[in-house]
Design a protein around this ligand. Structure first.
Ligand code: FAD
Length: 409
């Protein structure tokens, strides 16, 4: 296969911009074109629901410095979407009507927040959160609001609720499940997060759903399926994200439904069904050597896959093996989670002090570590990573109280 001279990257988010930087770090001296729909240069999303919403920062972490694109000859086309891909023609068409040829193409189009299709969803005062502009608009609204309803008790919903409380708003969180974060963490750990927010004054409305939003033009209330109406100045919908698969589908690439929300089917090297096209970040559903087909919507995955795929765009052919990793901060609670457990079936083992909220939760499958979550506990990161990476076979009693480093095989 001829050495690629021109790489086109669609999606100037964390995965796409990390790939562009890593191509240069690997010494690639061909052309790099990076297309981003947004007007901002590439940035990381975590601060959008944390430091920025809380008012502790006005800017997110940028993936690269402002000058890095020009200095490294990465042609960043901001505020320019790619609208079509021609696999046969090896080209993309941008929203300015210009066609760009590629030798290798990387799709890294990320996700979009799911909307709630209920009456009143078009009222003013309803917010979604995905972009920097969304976050700044939401912060302005939170500063003015007295009563906030958050729809959805997932990661984004919980972080937004923490920000709303920090601004002093009466905050209600609604979710059809009986506990927050239950799908990711199960009942016992979901209860930890429920209690943290309850102590901070969050009014939980769990095991009930939103039937609609009320108001003339501006939202004034949220109606639940049990008929209750909660008065509100604003509402934030955080009911999950869906991968942006439109371009991959239009191109005729193979998609998969094996993962929740679907994804672009890629092999372990992140190569799609077309040998010159790769996918990374939220949209990619790779064949993971341990977990089988997975799609991961986390910061570390986008950053690491972006850097990793750069090598494979240049024919390194290396499988991506990293275990998922993510983190959250809510009030005084900081947490990291490594691995991928099924909390419905895996055995939960807790080390440390659950009451003081300084602990590590492990999930074991057939006696092997599947995942580890450290809450306000920062000393054992390397040991936790090694236990998860190696799916170490461990004795649950040792995990509770033994020396962690000695358990690493
Ligand atoms: C508010 C928020 C907070 C988060 N906090 C955390 C956290 O604390 N911890 C954690 O692990 N994860 C967190 N995440 C998830 C994590 O940030 C994402 O998984 C990660 O950013 C995905 O990176 P990506 O590059 O795949 O997509 P994105 O970062 O979404 O980037 C994709 C980019 O592609 C652009 N694009 C899409 N289609 C086109 C097109 N056709 N043409 C041109 N450009 C296009 C989009 O506009 C977007 O800018 C958070 C997500 C959000 C929304």
């Amino acid at each position: 296969m001829a050495v690629p001279r021109r790489v086109v990257i669609v999606g100037a988010g964390l995965a796409g911009a990390s790939a562009a930087g890593a191509l240069r770090e690997r010494g690639f001296d061909g052309e790099i074109l990076l297309f981003g729909r947004e007007r901002h240069r590439p940035y990381e999303l975590p601060a959008l629901s944390k430091e920025i919403l809380l008012g502790n920062a006005d800017e997110p972490a940028w993936v690269h410095d402002e000058n890095a694109y020009a200095d490294r000859d990465i042609r960043l086309h901001s505020a320019t979407a790619v609208e079509r891909v021609s696999l046969a023609g090896h080209s993309v068409l941008d929203s300015e009507g210009e066609e760009h040829r590629y030798d290798r193409l990387l799709l890294a189009t990320g996700s979009h927040p799911r909307a709630l299709r209920v009456p009143g969803s078009d009222l003013r005062g309803l917010h979604l959160l995905r972009t920097l502009d969304d976050s700044l608009a939401l912060r302005t609204a939170l500063r003015q609001a007295e009563r906030v309803v958050v729809v959805g008790a997932g990661w984004i919903g919980c972080e937004v609720a923490a920000a709303a409380r920090s601004h002093g708003a009466a905050t209600t969180v609604v979710d059809p499940l009986p506990l927050p974060l239950r799908g990711s963490l199960g009942d016992e750990m979901g209860e930890v997060f429920r209690a943290v927010h309850a102590e901070q004054g969050v009014d939980w409305r769990l095991a009930t759903a939103v039937a609609g939003f009320t108001g003339e033009d501006q939202l004034t209330g949220v109606v639940l399926t049990d008929g209750t109406e909660i008065p509100a100045d604003m509402a934030v919908v955080g009911v999950g994200a869906a991968p942006r698969l439109g371009l991959a589908e239009q191109a005729g690439l193979i998609l998969t439904n094996e993962v929740p929300g679907g994804g672009v089917a890629v092999d372990s090297t992140l190569r799609t069904s077309d040998p010159d096209v790769f996918a990374a970040g939220d949209i990619a559903a790779p064949d993971h050597p341990v977990h089988g087909r997975i799609r991961v919507e986390h910061w570390a995955n986008a950053k690491d896959q972006g850097a990793h795929v750069a090598g494979n765009l240049l024919d390194a052919g290396q499988p991506y093996r990293a275990e998922p990793y993510f983190f959250t901060d809510q009030y005084e609670l900081g947490m990291e989670y490594r691995g991928l457990a099924d909390p419905r079936h895996d055995e939960l083992v807790v080390r440390g002090d659950l009451g003081a909220r300084e602990f590590i939760a492990f999930w074991l499958r057939e006696g092997r570590v599947q995942a580890a979550m450290n809450v306000n506990w920062w000393d054992d990161g390397d040991a936790l990573q090694a236990l998860v990476d190696r799916h170490a076979e461990v004795d649950a009693r040792q995990l509770r109280s033994g020396d962690l480093a000695s358990l690493v095989p």
